[in-house]
Design a protein around this ligand. Structure first.
Ligand code: GLU
Length: 509
């Protein structure tokens, strides 16, 4: 079954489950999905698990989880099914066999019994003699019996394509126009273990699944002529191709999981990036921002806005640099745009991970988190930065530790400041605490007015020095959320206990 040429576009992403999902899988999914959604087409997730040596069982679930996290969802796939199931290549082995038989019967492919050792020797020799590397066709045209008597024979053969001399090495690419690729060698299409190689499986599956547009990384450009040949030999209509520019490190090298932690999709979750910021960033890597009415770049946009007038012709074919500074900036923008309650919810897993909050926080703990979140929303570029800012609000007063840099900035008059603050704050009426926005009782404006009057005006200490000791006492840190609001959220009892504690400590020391 395959889609007719007039039907809506069908696109796919085809990750191999070989470890933590690569950031490239999200990048490819995003561009595939943008076009599919814009055209009212379908987006398919296919798992290419024919490389059994590199297969990792938990990897497939991680692909599902990370793409779901990013909101890049698919219409058909191994988990959701669909009309072209199964969507795992290892479950489709029967599908490939007839295609291989046909290629063998028609002389387009041949068996090869060469051992790995022989192939390695052959390659060494070619390299030493500076000859083009590639299979030397020792097995071509031979029966098993004829080949068996020659050296370097193995029992189980592979099947190779017989690449003709006059192979067409050019194809049209939606991003790059006419592309030339190097001449391929006699590619293996069926391995000794009976599994197809990527090259055969991708062609058969894309055809069987009615894929109309193959959008993948530029590293596959050199394989495309082989695929085009297979389509032709098998009498199938080839899809259209778009080869996306590879993501590059700042030194222009290809992003790999070995060298760059940011190549792993799970890394972005761990580090506290928002999925919508990452999606926006990945789009910007290969796609120019729109301009506003004044001609300024509009760099912040949603997936829907991106998909709306997506155009392959605008994709920049040059390998984009993966600039994490830009992503961090975008993340801060998205954090500030979130509704406070939503941001608090997004912070929960990070606070649980740091054991600041339990897995199921109480309503009181959640209400406090919402209040604190409002204070820190503009002070974060990453969700992970919240932990240090939030922690003081969940510690018992006698558990709060004073950071060294906060302690170091305390001046001689710190004791006097603390004592004065304790006295005036003690006089504030403690009714209806903990609700920001209130202007009477234990509230930020009342607290601030009382402290300014007593310390800045009364003791004649400049605000910069007046409030440092109080900040240190209350948060244990040199930099903290706004002081008066923090005191309001902590409540009178806790605030006074913390002021006392530092005061006592200073007078003893
Ligand atoms: N399994 C291949 C990969 O992980 C898919 C390439 C393609 O999209 O054709 O890159």
């Amino acid at each position: 079954m395959s889609a007719s040429p007039t039907s809506a576009p069908r696109l796919r992403v085809a990750p191999s489950p070989t470890g933590d999902p690569h950031v490239g899988t999200a990048y490819m999914s995003l561009f595939n999905l943008a076009f599919a959604r814009q055209q009212g087409g379908s987006f398919v997730l296919r798992i290419e698990d024919t490389d059994r040596a590199r297969f990792r069982a938990d990897s497939e679930q991680q692909v599902f989880d990370t793409l779901h996290w990013l909101g890049l969802s698919w219409d058909e796939g191994p988990d959701v099914g669909g009309p072209y199931a199964p969507y795992r290549q290892s479950e489709r082995l029967k599908t490939y066999r007839p295609y291989v038989e046909r290629l063998l019967d028609e002389g387009r492919a041949y068996h090869c019994w060469c051992s790995q050792d022989r192939l390695a020797e052959m390659r060494d020799k070619q390299q030493k003699l500076k000859l083009p590397t590639g299979y030397d066709r020792l097995c071509h045209g031979k029966t098993r019996e004829e080949r068996e008597v020659l050296p370097g024979f193995t029992e189980t053969p592979v099947v190779r394509m017989l690449i003709p001399e006059d192979v067409e090495l050019q194809f049209d690419d939606l991003i790059r126009g006419r592309v030339s690729a190097p001449r391929p060698d006699d590619q293996v299409i069926l391995k000794a273990d009976g599994f197809p190689t990527y090259h055969l499986a991708v062609v058969v599956d894309d055809h069987e699944m009615g894929i109309t547009h193959v959008v993948r990384g530029e590293e596959w450009i050199s394989s495309t002529p082989k695929h085009v040949l297979l389509y032709r030999w098998l009498g199938l209509e080839a899809p259209r191709f778009a080869h996306m520019p590879l993501l590059r490190n700042t030194d222009k090298s290809k992003i790999s999981k070995r060298k760059n932690p940011a190549a792993r999709l799970t890394w972005f979750q761990e580090q506290g990036y928002l999925p919508e910021a990452l999606v926006n960033f990945l789009a910007l890597l290969a796609y120019p921002p729109k301009q506003d009415a004044e001609g300024n770049d509009v760099e912040v946009f949603s997936f829907e806005e991106f998909a709306k007038d997506f155009d392959w012709g605008k994709v920049n074919p040059v390998g984009p640099i993966f600039d994490l500074k830009k992503l961090e900036w975008l993340n801060g923008v998205y954090i500030r745009e979130l509704e406070v309650g939503e941001l608090a919810t997004r912070l929960l897993p990070y606070l649980e991970r740091e054991e600041i909050l339990p897995e199921s926080p109480s309503l009181g703990e959640l209400a406090r988190l919402r209040a604190v979140t409002e204070l820190i929303q503009t002070r974060m570029a990453l969700l992970t930065e919240a932990a240090a800012l939030v922690r003081p609000f969940y510690l018992a007063d006698d558990e709060l530790e004073i950071a060294d840099d906060a302690r170091a900035q305390l001046k001689e008059n710190a004791g006097e400041v603390l004592a004065t603050a304790t006295r005036v704050l003690g006089d504030i009426d403690d009714h209806g605490t903990g609700v920001l926005g209130s202007e009477s009782g234990w509230s930020a404006p009342v607290i601030e007015a009382a402290l300014r009057e007593a310390i800045v005006d009364g003791l004649g200490i400049k605000p910069k020095f007046a409030f440092g000791p109080l900040r240190t006492a209350v948060s244990g840190q040199r930099i903290s959320p706004p002081l008066f609001e923090s005191m309001e959220i902590l409540g009178k009892t806790s605030t006074l206990a913390r002021l006392h504690r530092l005061h006592d400590e200073l007078s003893q020391g």
